[in-house]
Design a protein. Sequence first.
Length: 508
Amino acid sequence: MSESARKASAAPSGDANRWRALVFIALAQLMVVLDATIVNIALPSAQTDLGISDGNRQWVITAYALAFGGLLLFGGRIADLWGRRRAFLIGLIGFGAASALGGVATTGATMFGARALQGAFGAVLAPAALSLLAVMFTDARERARAFGIYGAISGGGGAVGLILGGFLTEYLDWRWTFFVNIPFALVAAAGTWLVIREPEGGRNRSPLDIPGVLLSALGLVTLVYGFTRAESDGWSDSATIGLFIASAVLLLAFVVTESRVKAPLLPLRVITERNRGGVYLSLGLAIIAMFGMFLFLTYYLQIVKGYTPVKTGFAFLPLIAGMIAGSTQIGARLMTRIAPRLLMGPGFLTAAAGMLLLTQLETDSSYTGLLLPAQLLLGLGIGTAFMPAMSLATYGVQARDAGVASAMVNTSQQVGGAIGTALLNTIAASATTAYVKDHIQAATTKPQQQLVQLEAMVQGYANAIWFAVGILIAAATLALTLVNVGRSATDSTTNDDTEHQMPVITHS
């Protein structure tokens, strides 16, 4: 064999432009992830300008969550059917257009519609982005680096949204929290058109499973809305209970349908493989804990500590730094050397240790003494765990299933976010009410009563964060128990060109 041929055979496989493609895929993912939090900072200003009532303001958030969570499986299937590059472009252009509509909205109804459209196009964009990475990066070490970057962005994008949202709201106008997505979308779309070339083959051209689409969308929308109702109306509310029962029936019907149809929307082989199932469950649990923490820390910093929106955003920087370090310096470097469960399990436990520190929150807690080390531990742990989790979520699937497997990652995170916000906020509210009831009688002056209210709020956060600690420990347990893929699997770069399969998982 000649020297040039030997070098060529030793070169990493994959598209020649894959690293440039990663830039635009990462940019699109950042846009989708930060949009989940950037609007939260701007919501009070937007509510005032558009005359949205207190009862309806939740729909600015809920409309996005319902569309995104309900249509993710459909979006993943569209990516497999139409091609990931085409679905990615459609998602980018649609998301940018919906953002423009939100930015020029003059009524609450227009705003709600724009947010729903953002969620719908995001449901096409997010799984297409992850599945493009899955089919473009086939070399184990390159795959580890690429998913490390992607994992850091997925984990830290929410905190970036808080910083950016604070700047735009405080120094420009709330409308710029929507307009900022337009250059993101245009640059990513132009780069995709010029750089990304999807590998040949691997599409799933089977007819679209319409019953599966309807049942999954209705089931997930009902589930997400049920948790949203639980947060506002309580868990014992008859409508809330009815929504949970309806979602269970719809999702059970969906599973039965998928086991019987010839071309299912979600082939059950995608979720019944123990490693991928373990990833979806552990990621969903981790997101429950993380979304609650974001919510509580944001309110703690702004209401209790009196931080401005910009200062609040910057206060989350240690979390972002920890996530980036965990993903790119720990997870990516060790993934090809040790079994993924030995990164995921300790990663979630490290995050639990950071969350445990936050249970010590008090009204006068020191940022440098408590919040800074807690965020660093949280970031390092989540970044380390997310990196192999993101890679394993699509590892071993046939290329024709890459889109729907990617959608399951986003679905577990979206549903986890809805559960986390409702569940932990309800726990915090109950503890806050109980604290006020026990201590308000002793407060005889207005300043004392205000102090009791703040102390009650912090007590509620601390109580809920204890539950978040337990949830992260459960995520670690699931990862260590279910994820049994060995290190040798991540070293494999075998790719069956005839079947267009991703490298197959081998078990330890």
